[in-house]
Ligand binder design. Structure first.
Ligand SMILES: *Cc1c(COP(=O)(O)O)cnc(C)c1O
Length: 398
């Protein structure tokens, strides 16, 4: 790794909120807000230096697909919060997921992952991996020991978990993933950013995020990021630079902007989500409430152990099936019907009528999606307004 990927910022010993405000500010001169480096290319002072940069890993002043100062600032900030040696940004969360999977796996290799996954990741494992003769086993991530039991010694090269997981916020034991030796272990931690959960401190090799969601936090950056050891990240970069799913400097700067307020946003969204979950859990029009901060959630104890906050996402099933779900998401007024999560606005999604419309009833069931399942990303509005809005919308279902 070239030395411009070192992080000389004196953040060591500072607490996470302070790091979030100060990280990734190297090379900004005296500007307080990060500078956006839009240049795709950089002048090389000599043939010798050009040759060195062309053969370096992730140089930040050569050609933007290889690296870029604005992208590096975002990467440095994420690495500082994750407690990682290095981080690599991608043009989206799926860019990061496919960069890790296709960067590490070859024909004949085996991957262990879980049944509870983001739909795009599931499609990559189900449809793309077989085309490259990469075998994938899907285990129930909620069952203790399931990942380790599916590892085939000498053949499994990657163990890929997601926690909290789509769509019912199931929790996977990070200590268990971290204790698997042999394959590279990776966790998609999108629903729990580094101020809530840090997979690397549990011995996991790679932590992934769709920074499009909570890290960006303002619905204006399409961005992914992977953190881990420099050695692994250098290897992944070797594929990623050819995959071409590099982040845009604009989006990376928006990602860095989001990081500054990560702590306060997460605390407010967690607090509001808990209040909303408690207010609705016993409502007669709600059949099941899934929120890792409620003792009734299957992963409650595990979440308490490995997450500093239960987060701003919750999922529930409304009465009245498909029609009940449609009526609910069309009746909210403060909340809005839209995909994605982690922004200032409370959003609701109804997978059975939108993202998962093409699935058969039994496929929906296997994915943990019922006809009336609604996923909520709690925003930054006054929680009393969100609760009142949901209560009035629930009057339209059943
Ligand atoms: C959204 C999401 C992704 C994909 O991220 P994009 O930025 O949309 O490509 C991956 N994993 C999880 C858990 C997500 O929520």
């Amino acid at each position: 790794m070239s030395e411009d990927h070192e992080s000389p910022e004196p953040l060591e010993g500072l607490r996470p909120d302070t790091k979030a405000v100060r990280a990734g500010r190297e090379g900004n001169d005296t500007a307080l807000a990060p500078i956006i480096w839009t240049s795709t290319t950089y002048v090389t002072p000599s043939v010798q230096e050009g040759r060195e940069m062309a053969s370096a890993v992730g140089p930040s002043h050569f050609y933007t697909r290889y690296g870029n100062p604005s992208i590096k600032a975002f990467e440095d900030a994420v690495a500082a919060l994750e407690g990682a040696e290095a981080a690599r940004a991608f043009g989206s969360g799926m860019g990061a997921v496919s960069g890790v999977v296709l960067g590490l796996c070859s024909s004949g290799d085996h991957v262990v992952t879980q049944q509870q996954l983001y739909a795009g990741t599931q499609m990559l494992f189900q449809s793309v991996c077989p085309r490259f003769d990469i075998e994938v086993s899907f285990v129930d991530g909620r069952v203790p020991g399931a990942f380790a039991a599916a590892v085939k010694p000498g053949k499994t090269v990657l163990v890929f978990a997601e926690t909290p997981a789509n769509p019912r916020l199931d929790i996977v034991d990070l200590d268990e993933i971290g204790s698997i030796s042999g394959p590279v272990t990776a966790v998609d931690s999108t629903f729990a950013p580094p101020l809530i959960q840090r997979p690397l401190t549990h011995g996991v090799d790679l932590s992934l995020h769709s920074a499009t969601k909570i890290i960006g936090g303002h619905n204006d950056a399409t961005l992914g990021v992977v953190s881990g050891s420099r050695e692994l990240l250098d290897w992944i970069w070797g594929y990623a630079v050819l995959q071409g799913a590099n982040a845009s400097p604009y989006d990376a700067t928006n990602g860095l902007r989001g990081i500054r307020t990560l702590g306060p946003r997460l605390r407010q969204q967690s607090d509001s989500a808990l209040r909303l979950a408690e207010a609705l859990a016993e409502h007669p029009a709600i059949e099941e409430m899934c929120y890792p901060g409620l003792p009734s959630h299957r992963g409650f104890e595990l979440a308490k152990r490995q997450m500093d906050l239960p987060g701003g996402l919750l999922t529930f099933d409304v009465a009245g099936g498909l029609e009940g779900g449609c009526r609910f998401v069309e009746s909210v007024r403060v909340a809005q019907l839209a995909p994605s999560l982690g922004g200032p606005e409370t959003l609701v999604t109804h997978p059975a009528s939108t993202t998962h419309i093409s699935l058969l009833p039994e496929e929906l069931e296997a994915a943990g999606i019922k006809p009336g399942t609604v996923r909520v990303s709690v925003g930054l509005e006054d929680p009393a307004d969100i609760i009142a809005d949901f209560l009035q919308a629930l009057e339209h279902v059943g």
